[in-house]
Design a protein around this ligand. Structure first.
Ligand SMILES: NC(=O)c1ccc[n+]([C@@H]2O[C@H](COP(=O)([O-])OP(=O)(O)OC[C@H]3O[C@@H](n4cnc5c(N)ncnc54)[C@H](O)[C@@H]3O)[C@@H](O)[C@H]2O)c1
Length: 87
């Protein structure tokens, strides 16, 4: 689902938003992001991404048990945050 969101941003479907960074804790999924989104910053942890200062908004599409922690982390850094379903 995160890939679908990222693709939407990269293709310019959401006015005023650009894809600046992606994150996945799975090295294989993160490597795939390099192929899908060349030139976009990649992070293996949400904390490293939010601390980078590269983004001012985040789309959280991790599995349900992590929605709360990752969503709260993004909010604590002042990011506009969309969480894919249950908190
Ligand atoms: N709104 C919708 O229509 C819709 C549709 C499908 C999925 N979803 C939701 O999107 C979320 C993701 O679903 P999916 O099917 O893409 O799952 P997925 O398992 O394919 O992808 C989740 C990714 O998150 C990564 N991940 C897990 N914990 C992480 C962490 N702490 N930090 C960084 N990366 C982490 C995993 O490595 C994996 O690549 C789920 O909550 C699901 O319910 C919503």
């Amino acid at each position: 689902m995160g890939t679908a969101h990222a693709r939407c941003l990269q293709e310019g479907h959401i006015e005023g938003m650009v894809l600046s960074a992606v994150c996945d804790s799975d090295p294989a999924r993160l490597a795939e992001c390099e192929r899908l989104f060349p030139g976009v910053a990649r992070f293996s942890s949400a904390e490293a991404l939010v601390k980078s200062g590269l983004v001012d908004a985040a789309i959280v599409a991790v599995p349900h048990p992590s929605h709360g922690t990752v969503g709260a982390l993004c909010l604590s850094y002042g990011l506009h945050t969309l969480v894919e379903k249950p908190l």
